[in-house]
Design a protein around this ligand. Structure first.
Ligand code: ZN
Length: 302
């Protein structure tokens, strides 16, 4: 007990010395995003005015997540919650309810034209909407507008700042979109086929003209069937598909096996549903997209 009090006393001393900073941070509206990609977008729009955290952090899987009591407390303190929607975060509705938070929820994908899973080859019957809309940069412009509007509603005093930040970031997204298109255009058309673990690139496929084939459906929740795996191995051999890509949110073993049995090479690690840590190659949404197109270009062009 005595020890504990000592710790508390020294913590209090630390807190006191850091007081001006701590107070400033406390005054900032807290924004809680469901996963790392949305948190990065919210940081870009919110800038210095807000404090943004993600429930599912770097390299985490937002499809399947078990919220902690700390997540509930963070939501209770939030001024704004940012969620993807499109049935990505099946766990978040219950969490919001049990946290008792009064914060409004900005649905980032609101207004995006949703892709049905059957539109790009896979329908495993467990979902009908593809949630990975952020894989098309044009959709992320919509995300940014929705987050901006959510921030303005939650913190009207910051309107001018949020509008200016969003406008500057939207320009960066326009440049990114051009670069993604140019990178894919430079890959010979007959080589634009990519194997990934789960079906996270339907929107990328539709927007940029690369065919993605995945043994798992649009959620990491369902396992790939032996039949799907055998079908993909045959397809790789038949169509001479060059590379399979490991995803940061998926177990690499299935794709390693597919690569070994089909003769395709491992084209590296790509980031589909989560950013890397800040020191990794995909610490922001823009860096994630640039990393992925570099990996695709390197494996498919040579
Ligand atoms: Zn996914």
């Amino acid at each position: 007990m005595l020890r504990r009090r000592n710790v508390l006393t020294s913590l209090a001393a630390v807190a006191a010395s850091a007081l001006p900073l701590a107070v400033a941070a406390q005054d900032k509206p807290k924004v809680v995003a469901t996963f790392s990609i949305l948190a990065d977008l919210a940081k870009n729009v919110g800038g210095d005015r807000v404090e943004v955290t993600a429930l599912v952090g770097p390299d985490g899987d937002a499809h399947v997540y078990s919220p902690t009591p700390a997540d509930g407390r963070r939501l209770a303190e939030a001024k704004l919650v940012v969620a993807n929607g499109l049935k990505l975060e099946g766990w978040v509705g219950r969490l919001i309810k049990s946290s008792g938070t009064k914060a409004p929820v900005a649905e980032a994908a609101k207004g995006v034209q949703p892709l049905k899973t059957a539109e790009h080859g896979h329908d495993h019957g467990h979902t009908d909407v593809d949630p990975h809309a952020w894989q098309n940069v044009a959709n992320v412009k919509r995300y940014v507008a929705n987050i901006r509007d959510g921030l303005i509603a939650a913190d009207p005093a910051g309107k001018a700042a949020y509008e200016a930040n969003a406008a500057a970031y939207l320009e960066k997204l326009d440049a990114l979109d051009k670069d993604v298109k140019a990178a894919i255009d430079a890959i010979p058309r007959d080589r634009r086929k990519i194997i990934t673990s789960h079906d996270a690139f339907g929107y990328f496929q539709k927007a940029y003209g690369v065919t993605f084939i995945a043994p798992q459906g649009v959620s990491t929740e369902a396992e790939a069937s032996a039949k799907d795996v055998a079908r993909i191995i045959q397809q790789i051999r038949r169509e001479k598909i060059r590379a399979v890509f490991l995803e940061n949110v998926s177990d690499p073993r299935l794709l390693e096996r597919i690569a070994k049995e089909s003769g395709a090479r491992i084209g590296g690690k790509i980031y589909s549903d989560a950013l890397s840590g800040p020191d990794g190659p995909a610490g922001t949404y823009i860096d994630m997209m640039r990393h992925n197109i570099r990996a695709f270009s390197a494996a498919l062009s040579s």
